[in-house]
Structures are given as structure tokens and as C-alpha cells.
Design a binder for this molecule. Structure first.
Ligand SMILES: [Zn+2]
Length: 157
């Protein structure tokens, strides 16, 4: 089995020797433009050499900054928020002013993508997690027939 190693935004990767468990962090700038995963060979200081799959996750860690608004279906309370992360099944947002959401509560979100058309996206979502100011929600429907579908594909890769 070949281990997978990710390249971070500073073009550094950490390799762990399967024989002695020693971790080595190295600059992998020369692989920074790879489109697909590449297999590379590592030489550990213990003398063992092993191969790993080196891969870059495009956009995955990028913090989004999509502005919009939420409307609570419980009490029609409305406020502004910023979407900071996005996946096919849900997203994370930060309300501009503190607001108490309940896990399981349904809210409406509308926000603009930072694509050329600044597409307006409207979704009903369910609150799944609350961590400090970050609210994690799941889309009520996971199929996206508007601009959000291609946008997620582009963001997440
Ligand atoms: Zn080793």
C-alpha cells in the first residue's frame, strides 16, 4: 500500500517512513504544478527507501468569502453572514452578529458566488453544528441545478 501525501499551500509535505516512523517535512516546490498525483521515492535517514503518492488538493483549503444573508424559518429572524466553506452536501458560514442557532433548525440562505455572473444562490439548509461563530449546515437537497453545482466542482476539484 502506498501512502498519500498532500502538498500544503507553502509547498511543503510531510513524509513518514513506514519502517522507522520518522517524519520528515520537505519543500516540494518542484512538484507544485502537478495536475495529477505523482509517485515519488523518499529516502529516509534510516536507510529505508519508500514511495508515496504526492498530490495537491486544489482550492480545498481555501477560505471562501461569499457574502449573503440567512433567514431563520423559526422566527423569520434575518441577518447577514459570510459563507467560508462549501461542499456538495453543505457549507459553513459566520453570522455577522452573534445569533443563536439550534442544531436541526431549518434556515434559508442566500449568497452570491464570486463567479463572473455573481450568481445568486438560495438554499434551504439544516443546522448541523455550531462551533464558536462558525455554523455548519447541510443542504436540504444535495442536487444543485443552478450555478452552485459547477462552482462546487471547481472549488473542490
Ligand atoms: Zn526510516
Amino acid at each position: 500500500m502506498t501512502a498519500k501525501v498532500l502538498i500544503n499551500e507553502q509547498n511543503m509535505s510531510t513524509f513518514i517512513c513506514p519502517k522507522c516512523n520518522k517524519a520528515k517535512t520537505a519543500n516540494v516546490s518542484k512538484f507544485k504544478d502537478i495536475e495529477k498525483a505523482v509517485r515519488i521515492k523518499c529516502n529516509c535517514s534510516c536507510g529505508h527507501s519508500y514511495s508515496v503518492i504526492l498530490e495537491r488538493r486544489k482550492h480545498n483549503r481555501k477560505q471562501l468569502n461569499l457574502v449573503g444573508a440567512y433567514t431563520s424559518l423559526k422566527d423569520n429572524n434575518r441577518g447577514s453572514m459570510t459563507v467560508v466553506s462549501l461542499s456538495r452536501i453543505g457549507l459553513g458560514f459566520e453570522p455577522s452578529i452573534e445569533h443563536k442557532f439550534d442544531t436541526g433548525e431549518k434556515i434559508l440562505l442566500e449568497f452570491r458566488l464570486d463567479d463572473k455572473q455573481e450568481s445568486l444562490i438560495k438554499r434551504e439548509v439544516v443546522v448541523r453544528s455550531i462551533k464558536g461563530n462558525l455554523v455548519g449546515v447541510e443542504f436540504s437537497r444535495h442536487d444543485h441545478h443552478d450555478q452552485l453545482g459547477p462552482y462546487i466542482a471547481w472549488q473542490v476539484g
